[in-house]
Design a protein around this ligand. Structure first.
Ligand code: PEP
Ligand code: MG
Length: 589
C-alpha cells in the first residue's frame, strides 16, 4: 500500500512499524527471566520515586510564581503516584506474570484508566489526562535507559497520529524514521527529525489504521511517500534510491570546500541551528560559520519535570560556545510552544497556547526561571562569542523589560565577582507580524535581527503550523511576506545591524535567491541542510537575485513569484498578470 504525505526530513529508510499513540511513549514489552525479577521491581520503584521527588522539587520552585490552586495540583499528582494499589498491581505483574517493568506498569495504569473513564463522576473522568501524563513520565524514566533490543522491533520506524518531542526523545538514537498523520513542515517533530538526520513524512492520513505493529515499511522523506508491506520489486527500487541518495549527498559535501559566495562575489554566511547537543559536531563538520540559533527549550525538555539549574545552563552554553568558537553562538532564551508538555507544570493549560503565554511572554512572567537562564548564559560568555536572542518579541515594552532582567542578572554577577562578557550582543527573533512592522523601533534597541519564518508565516497567515489541514496556506513565496522581509531587511541595513533567517525556509535552496535578493546575507539551518544551500549559493549571481526578488515583491500571489523564479526574472510580471496587472497599475495610479 502506498500513502502520500508531506516530506519534512530528507532521506529514505526501510524498517518495521512501531505504532504508538499520541501522548504515549513507545513501551517495550517482553518476558523477563526469573533471575531478573528483583531488578525489574527495583527499576520500577526507582522510576516512580524519581518522578515523585521531581514533582516535589518542581512544586517548591513553582511556589514563588503560581497560585495556591495550581500548587494543589502537584499534591494531587503526587498522591496519584503514591497510590498503593497502582504500585502493588505493577509489582504483582512483574513477579507473577514475568512482565518487564514498563509493560507491567502500563497494564496497571490501563486498569485504573478503565475505571475512571467509565465513572459517572466528572471529577474522576477529568483525572484521566493527569494519570496519562504522570504515567508517561514514569515510563520515560524507565524507557530512557533502554537499549535498542528492548523495542523488540528491528529498525523501528515510529508511526503515530502525532508525535511530541518528549515521545521521540528516549528512542532517538536508534529510530530509523518518523511517520505521522498530523503535523506540518515547521512542527517541532519535523525539526527534530531533521536534527537527527532521519527521514520523516507527516500528514499521512490513514497510516495508523493501515499499519500493523511490526509491518515492514519504507519511508521516503524526499517524495513524501510511505509504502506499507512493500513488494520485493518496490524494495529493490528503494534500495537503489538509497544508494543514489547517498552518492548525491557525498557530492554535495564535496562542494562544502568552496567559499560561501555568489559567482559575483557576494559573501553569504551559513550558520547552523542546534536543538540537541549531539548536533554540535555536525555543525562544525558541515562548515557552519557559527550557531545562528540554539533552541534552549530542548534543555528544559531534557530536565523536565525539573527546571535546569544555573549550573546546567552554564555547562551546556559553555560547550556550545567552545564548539562554535571563534564564530558566534546565538543562545535563544526559552521558547515554550504548544507542543511541549513541560509547560503544563508551570502554567495553566491554555485553549490556544500558540497565541498564549509563549516564549518571552512566559519568561517575563517567571522572573526566577528567566534570570537563572540569563545568568547561565552570561557566565558561559567569557570567550566573548555568545550572543543572546529573545524569541517571540511582540512589543518594545517586552523587549525593554527583558533587557532590564538581563541587566539585573549582569549586576548580580558583578556583585559576586563572576566574570562575563560585558559587551554581550542582544538580538531578537522577528517572528510576530507586529514586531516586523515595527522593526524600526527595535533596530534602535538591539544588536541583531533573526527572522523566524516558521512563526512569522504562521501568524501572518493565521494557520497553526502543526495542522496539516491548513498546510497549503504556508507559503514562503507569498509576495506580501516578501515585501515584509524587504522592509525589515532594509531597516536592518540602515541601522547597520546584522539580519539573518533562522526559520526552516532558510534551508530551502529554492527560496535562497529571493532572500539574498531582498538583502539577507546570513542563514541558519539544521547542519544537514548546509550542503544543499551552499551548492545553491555558489551557483547564483547577486545582481540577478536582486532583480528577481524586487520583481517578486510587486506581484500578488505566491504562484506568480514561483513563475518569476522559474523564468529567472526574464519575464515581466505584467505578462502573466494580464488584465489584473493593468488594473493594479491603475489602482496604484
Ligand atoms: C521560527 O519560528 O522560524 C523559529 C526559528 O523558531 P521555532 O521554530 O523554534 O519556533
Ligand atoms: Mg519561532
Amino acid at each position: 500500500m502506498r500513502l502520500k504525505g508531506t516530506p519534512v526530513s530528507s532521506g529514505i529508510a526501510i524498517g518495521r512499524a512501531h505504532l504508538i499513540s499520541f501522548e504515549e511513549i513507545p513501551i517495550p514489552s517482553y518476558e523477563i527471566a526469573d533471575g531478573d525479577v528483583d531488578n525489574e521491581v527495583a527499576r520500577f520503584n526507582r522510576a516512580l520515586n524519581f518522578v515523585v521527588e521531581e514533582l516535589e522539587s518542581v512544586k517548591e520552585t513553582a511556589r514563588i510564581s503560581v497560585s495556591d490552586e495550581s500548587l494543589a495540583i502537584f499534591d494531587v499528582h503526587i498522591a496519584i503516584l503514591r497510590d498503593p494499589v497502582l504500585k502493588r498491581n505493577t509489582i504483582a505483574k512483574i513477579i507473577k506474570e514475568r512482565k518487564n517493568a514498563e509493560a507491567a506498569f502500563a497494564s496497571s495504569v490501563r486498569m485504573v484508566l478503565d475505571i475512571l473513564e467509565n465513572s459517572p463522576d466528572p471529577y474522576f473522568r477529568e483525572r484521566v489526562i493527569d494519570i496519562k501524563d504522570l504515567a508517561a513520565k514514569v515510563q520515560m524514566k524507565m524507557v530512557g535507559g533502554h537499549k535498542k533490543e528492548d523495542l523488540n522491533i528491528p529498525d523501528p520506524i515510529l508511526v503515530s497520529s502525532q508525535l511530541s518531542p518528549s515521545q521521540t526523545g528516549p528512542f532517538r538514537q536508534f529510530v530509523k524514521a518518523f511517520v505521522t498523520e498530523h503535523g506540518g513542515k515547521t512542527s517541532h517533530t519535523a525539526i527534530l527529525a531533521r536534527s537527527l538526520e532521519i527521514p520523516a513524512v507527516v500528514g499521512v492520513s490513514g497510516t495508523v489504521e493501515s499499519v500493523e505493529q511490526g509491518d515492514e515499511i519504507i519511508v521516503d522523506g524526499i517524495e513524501g511517500i510511505v509504502l506499507i508491506k512493500p513488494t520485493l520489486a518496490e524494495k529493490e527500487e528503494y534500495l537503489e534510491k538509497i544508494k543514489a541518495y547517498k552518492k548525491k549527498r557525498e557530492a554535495l559535501i564535496f562542494e562544502l570546500q568552496k567559499p560561501s559566495r555568489t559567482v559575483d562575489g557576494h559573501q553569504i554566511k551559513l550558520m547552523c541551528n542546534i536543538d540537541l547537543e549531539e548536533e554540535l559536531e555536525k555543525g562544525t563538520a558541515m562548515g557552519a560559520e557559527g550557531i545562528g540559533l540554539y533552541r534552549s527549550e530542548f534543555l528544559y525538555l531534557k530536565c523536565a519535570p525539573s527546571l535546569p539549574s544555573e549550573e546546567e545552563h552554564y555547562n551546556i552554553y559553555k560547550k556550545i560556545a567552545e564548539s562554535s568558537y571563534p564564530y558566534k553562538a546565538t543562545i535563544r532564551t526559552l521558547d515554550l510552544g504548544g507542543e511541549k508538555y513541560f509547560q503544563k507544570h508551570l502554567a495553566p493549560a491554555e485553549a490556544n497556547p500558540v497565541l498564549g503565554l509563549r516564549a518571552l511572554r512566559f519568561s517575563l512572567k517567571h522572573y526566577d526561571i528567566f534570570k537563572t537562564q540569563l545568568r547561565g548564559i552570561l557566565r558561559a560568555s567569557t570567550k566573548k562569542n555568545i550572543q543572546i536572542m529573545f524569541p517571540m518579541v511582540t512589543t518594545l515594552e517586552d523587549l525593554l523589560a527583558a533587557k532590564a532582567v538581563l541587566r539585573e542578572a549582569q549586576d548580580s554577577l558583578k556583585r559576586e565577582n563572576i566574570p562575563y562578557d560585558e559587551k554581550i550582543k542582544v538580538g531578537i527573533m522577528i517572528e510576530v507580524p507586529i514586531c516586523a512592522l515595527n522593526a524600526e523601533a527595535f533596530a534602535h534597541n538591539v544588536d541583531f535581527f533573526s527572522i523566524g519564518t516558521n512563526d512569522l508565516i504562521q501568524y501572518l497567515m493565521a494557520i497553526d503550523r502543526n495542522n496539516e489541514g491548513v498546510a497549503n496556506y504556508y507559503d514562503p513565496y507569498h509576495p506580501a511576506f516578501l515585501r515584509l522581509l524587504l522592509s525589515v531587511a532594509s531597516t536592518a541595513k540602515r541601522h547597520k545591524i546584522p539580519i539573518s533567517i533562522c526559520g526552516e525556509a532558510a534551508s530551502d535552496p529554492d527560496l535562497i535567491p529571493l532572500f539574498i535578493g531582498l538583502g539577507i546575507d546570513e542563514f541558519s539551518m539544521t547542519p544537514q541542510s548546509i550542503p544543499d544551500v551552499k551548492a545553491k549559493v555558489v551557483s547564483l549571481s547577486y545582481k540577478e537575485c536582486r532583480k528577481i526578488a524586487l520583481e517578486a515583491t510587486k506581484v500578488w500571489s505566491g504562484d506568480e513569484v514561483k513563475r518569476i523564479l522559474k523564468s529567472n526574472g526574464k519575464t515581466r510580471p505584467g505578462v502573466f498578470l494580464g488584465m489584473r496587472w493593468k488594473k493594479r497599475e491603475k489602482i496604484d495610479g
